[in-house]
Design a protein around this ligand. Sequence first.
Ligand code: NZQ
Ligand code: ZN
Length: 390
Amino acid sequence: MNNFTFCTPTRYVFGHGAEEKAAELAAAAGWKKIMIVYGGQSAIRSGLLDRVKKSLDAAGISHVSLGGIRPNPTDDKVYEGITLGRDENIDAMLAVGGGSVIDTAKAIAGGIPYAGDFWDFYCGKATVNEALPLGVILTIPAAGSEGSGNSVITRLDGLRKLSLRTDTALRPKFACLNPELTFTLPPYQTASGIADMMVHIMERYFSPTEQVEVTDRLCEGLLKAIIEEAPKVMSDPQNYDARANIMWSGTLAHNGICGCGRQEDWASHFIEHELSALYDVTHGAGLAVITPAWMTYVTTILPAKVAQFARRVFDVTESDDTKAATEGIARLRSFFHSIGLPITMKELGIENPDITRLVTKLHENKGPQIGGYLPLDAKATEAIFRLAAE
Ligand code: NZQ
Ligand code: ZN
């Protein structure tokens, strides 16, 4: 096991009525004027936004709003938010939504006190040393941004989708998680969120680091629980306990606990980010296509961990590693299909992928090699895009 430090300072408030605690937590933190960030229509339609504003009013906290954050969020809204936040002299952020909303709020939180262009953080020119504090009311379990220090934004100029990783600077101070708020999710979003959280676990699971049995077992246990709960939320969207199990899995998948003491992979995410940047597909659905293709490629060179995944997560009994891995990948694909996800680019709605452009952008953005378990060059990533297109 490698050396590590693990700090996850977010206070999680979980369960019925959790969102009602947000104003109380903001007041206790001394926040006076906050910016509420939200997405398209869902938080308005459900009445959540109104309820949040009323509870802030009751707590004596003034607020301004920035709505209209779209999935695969873009830099234009970040600039708008930075200007609004400076003009209004806000002292904290409250994200009401999913990964896209939270990531935009994080970018604004880091951008407001920074004298330069916030994009410097995403392309590695600057480090976030100071940021406004952020609270979250989560409405979709998927990206895990409520517990991560990360933010992913697409720059419209050139469609560059880049992720920023911070240790604690951008981790939310609190996250309110009420599974009932997820009852209204469309099935495709529920399923895409499930794929995303599974792959967050797998990016950590597929590691060259040996003797990491505790985190291996954490990963496998979470994956098994998700696979068991997923059909329940798909067939009965108002099943509170199934929604609750899925919601908490989404947070544990990405708050760092599964990655302690081990090198992580992240190739599937980097590859998928090019798909969602260029074709604006739902990130989790893109991963349902890319990750099994990545596993198929990896199995031809380094099958051992894929075989372990197959045996321990999907109960494959085959003793030969390559055969076990291949069977595990087939079972993963059939699981994704069973919850309504695509497993090929065509099913994802991309008829003629521009693989040359995808590969070029990927390596321009991420360097000549990606991936911790098996380092991949442009030839390898092209092969993976081709496997995903089949
Ligand atoms: O915009 P509204 O109307 O709110 O609709 C949203 C959106 O269309 C809808 N939705 C959310 N909660 C709902 C709801 N609809 C009905 N009822 C509810 N309760 O769901 C759609 C998707 O929302 P989005 O925020 O985009 O989803 P998600 O949480 O999957 O976030 C995806 C983004 O996060 C990034 C992805 O790349 C993508 O840009 N990621 C961020 C990470 C991080 N910060 O750590 C890690 C991830 O790997 C990921 O890359
Ligand atoms: Zn993800």
